[in-house]
Design a protein around this ligand. Structure first.
Ligand SMILES: Nc1ncnc2c1ncn2[C@@H]1O[C@H](COP(=O)(O)OP(=O)(O)OP(=O)(O)O)[C@@H](O)[C@H]1O
Ligand SMILES: [Mg+2]
Length: 222
């Protein structure tokens, strides 16, 4: 069994005062190492909640999430932070770059928090080259197009050599041609570098690039 991710009977209920919002209801699936998997579903169906649980940013109300066989809920918050830093990369819908830093500095940032072996400068340059932005290293985010900003964010996600990249609607703020380019880039990195990807999307054309589409509605897998 070579699963990168196992989601095992996971439920998540958010408490708002006396009211409980059931965001996920008994969700189970696995993602094999090297897969490129889409999570699709309407707004409010639970996609972000699910990616946050897989990304160790939150813990389930019931059930468990395993990353490489390791139960996330069994870890302390420090242990989860460590697992995130060792194994995971994140890409967000709104890119989430630091506007005052250059593309190069944005990509370098995770390595300052959590140093890796090897030459930091070489790693950052290689990550920017991989996303086709070697010539934009000195640009700040406002001096880049949306697609280029998302490429910087993908380079930042990859610079720590994660086993798993989680991307929450990575193409939602891009025009459809640029969105397709970004998914093709993710797909190429998935194949060439054997990085497992789990990403959410509303867009059927983006879904069609996936090995497998997990459809979610009202917090349940269909
Ligand atoms: N922090 C929170 N507190 C309370 N309820 C929340 C919280 N986060 C999400 N929810 C609720 O949980 C449900 C699932 O939300 P989630 O953000 O996971 O949906 P989504 O599929 O990502 O939607 P979208 O496509 O709009 O991003 C929604 O009903 C939402 O209102
Ligand atoms: Mg969402």
């Amino acid at each position: 069994m070579d699963y990168r991710v196992a989601v095992d009977h996971v439920s998540k209920t958010y408490r708002l005062g006396k009211v409980g919002v059931a965001a996920l209801d008994d969700v189970s699936f696995t993602v094999a190492t090297g897969e490129f998997v889409a999570i699709a579903g309407p707004s409010g169906s639970g996609k972000t909640t699910l990616l946050n649980l897989i990304g160790c940013l939150d813990t389930p109300t019931a059930g468990e999430v395993l990353i490489d066989g390791e139960s996330v809920s069994a870890l302390s918050s420090g242990g989860r932070a460590d697992l995130r830093a060792r194994k995971l990369g994140f890409v967000f819908q709104t890119f989430n770059l630091i506007p005052v830093l250059t593309a190069w500095e944005n990509v370098e940032y995770p390595l300052l928090i959590r140093p890796r072996g090897g030459d930091r400068r070489a790693r950052v340059s290689a990550a920017l080259e991989q996303v086709g932005l070697g010539d934009r290293a000195r640009h700040r985010p406002p001096e880049l197009s949306g697609g280029q900003q998302q490429r910087v964010a993908i380079a930042r996600a990859l610079v720590g050599e994660p086993a798993l990249v989680l991307a929450d609607e990575p193409t939602a703020n891009l025009d459809s041609a640029t969105g397709r380019d970004i998914v093709e880039l993710m797909r190429r990195l998935n194949r060439e570098r054997d990085v497992t990807f789990v990403f959410s999307t509303h867009d059927p054309r983006i879904m069609s690039a996936a090995d497998r589409v997990l459809e979610i509605s009202d917090g349940r897998l269909r």
